[in-house]
Write a protein that binds this ligand. Structure first.
Ligand code: PGA
Ligand code: ZN
Length: 424
């Protein structure tokens, strides 16, 4: 039974304030959760409440969200069983009373929602993945490791936001993580040798200036081979283009020129022929539904096409995407929709419709590792949580190592099975 809830303002990986919540139960269980924050946020995401007081953190303080928890949520939730996640989340949605969570703030609601689930797991003496996923949760996700950062996550000239390596050939998550880390280190020495910057972007990947976006894929290919892996067999590639970021007045300002949807689709199709790319996220802008459907019709049988800004983990937008065949996968971010219950609803809807899901961090993160457990609990088979470096990123990968260890012989690594459409 929930006995008390405490909220506070802490810092995220970019040094910006975010919400942390602790939930205490009458059996002595105390659990804590922290809320992530994006930079290339979708226009249709639930509202992250910021104070707007320029004297504190440039307006980014979250004291209002904290006081909304203290003044408007705590009293209403005391006495609930922590296991009544759905009722608790619904109660907060009712108090909020808006469709975009601007009443309480999605950051307020999500902090409580996640902390409640952890308290319930703790009280049941179960790991979070097992509490949320049940006895059959056993699939370890492919880590989609973002080793080269561009776009809004870097100060470089690279348009594509994320270049990821996916170690599909590894036998276990542990070995997958090792190969990603080895490629990361190999990439650093490739960059050094070429006199390119080894400074990092927001998600821990390198952020060099490059002549083209394809040049990033060449460098990564070189690093994969230098680390002793076979590109296209052991390790395949994935992109998050985050195209909404460079969509201006109806065209895509990419590599210095304004391009149409069709031109972008052509570009990606050629890129995927030249490189072993299994997955492309946000290839087109969040409003370009026609472009998404055209791209999915063209290459959706071979490539995973992931909607992030397009779907914002929102069941209504996902339903439209399913109806219009606008993609074949959903990026899942707990803070885009703002409660655990709705996150599960989004994943269920996607899976029932034959869409894949990729569990995801935000570019602003904390030491909270909930999404690692969520990836296993939902059996989604893929997680992206940045480079295999920097504690805000590896906290999640390390949690997956612990989960794999706890599962022992029952653990299965998703591997190439995560990308059934890909033919190597
Ligand atoms: P964000 O980036 O957290 O800055 O939105 C992550 C992504 O676009 O997938
Ligand atoms: Zn994205």
């Amino acid at each position: 039974t929930i006995e008390g809830i405490v909220a506070r303002e802490i810092l995220d990986s970019r040094g910006n304030p975010t919400v942390e919540v602790e939930v205490g139960l009458d059996d002595g269980t105390v659990a804590r959760a922290a809320v992530p924050s994006g930079a290339s946020t979708g226009a249709f995401e639930a509202i992250e409440l910021r104070d707007g007081d320029a004297d504190r953190y440039g307006g980014k303080g979250v004291e209002k969200a904290v006081s909304n928890i203290e003044d408007r949520i705590v009293d209403q939730l005391i006495g609930y069983e922590a296991s009544e996640q759905r009722l608790i989340d619904q109660k907060m949605l009712d108090i909020d009373g808006t469709s975009d969570k601007s009443g309480l703030g999605a950051n307020a609601i999500l902090g409580v929602s996640l902390a409640v689930s952890k308290a319930a797991a703790g009280s049941a003496e179960l790991s979070l993945f097992r509490y949320l996923g049940g006895p059959n949760a056993h699939l370890l996700p492919v880590p989609m490791m973002n080793i080269l950062n561009g776009g809004a996550h870097a100060d470089s000239n690279v348009d594509v936001q994320e270049f990821m390596v996916a170690p599909i050939g590894a036998p276990t998550f542990r070995e997958a993580l090792r190969s990603g880390a080895e490629v990361y280190h190999a990439l650093k020495s490739v960059l050094k040798k070429k006199g390119l910057s080894t400074g990092l972007g927001d998600e821990g990947g390198f952020a060099p200036n490059l002549p083209t976006n394809a040049a990033a894929l060449d460098l990564i290919g070189e690093a994969v081979e230098k680390a002793g892996y076979r590109l296209g067999v052991d390790i395949v590639l994935a992109l998050d283009v985050a195209a909404t970021e460079f969509y201006k007045d109806g065209s895509y300002v990419f590599e210095g020129a304004a391009k149409s949807s069709d031109e972008m689709i052509n570009y990606y199709s050629k890129l995927a022929e030249a490189y072993p790319i299994v997955s492309i996220e946000d290839p087109l802008a969040e409003d370009d539904w026609a472009g998404w459907s055209a791209f999915t019709a063209a290459v959706g049988d071979k490539i995973q096409i992931v909607g992030d800004d397009l779907f914002v983990t929102n069941p209504e937008r996902i339903a439209r995407g399913i109806a219009e065949k606008a993609a074949n996968a959903v990026l899942v971010k707990v803070n885009q929709i703002g409660s655990l219950t709705e996150t599960f609803d989004a994943v269920d809807l996607a899976h029932r419709s034959g869409f894949k899901c990729m569990m995801s961090h935000r570019s602003g993160e904390t030491e909270d590792t909930t999404i690692a457990d969520l990836a296993v609990a939902t059996g989604c088979g893929q997680i992206k949580t940045g480079a295999p470096a920097r504690s805000d990123r590896v906290a999640k990968y390390n949690q997956l190592l612990r989960i794999e260890e706890e599962l022992g012989d029952a653990a299965r690594y998703a591997g190439a099975g995560a990308f059934p459409r890909y033919r190597s």
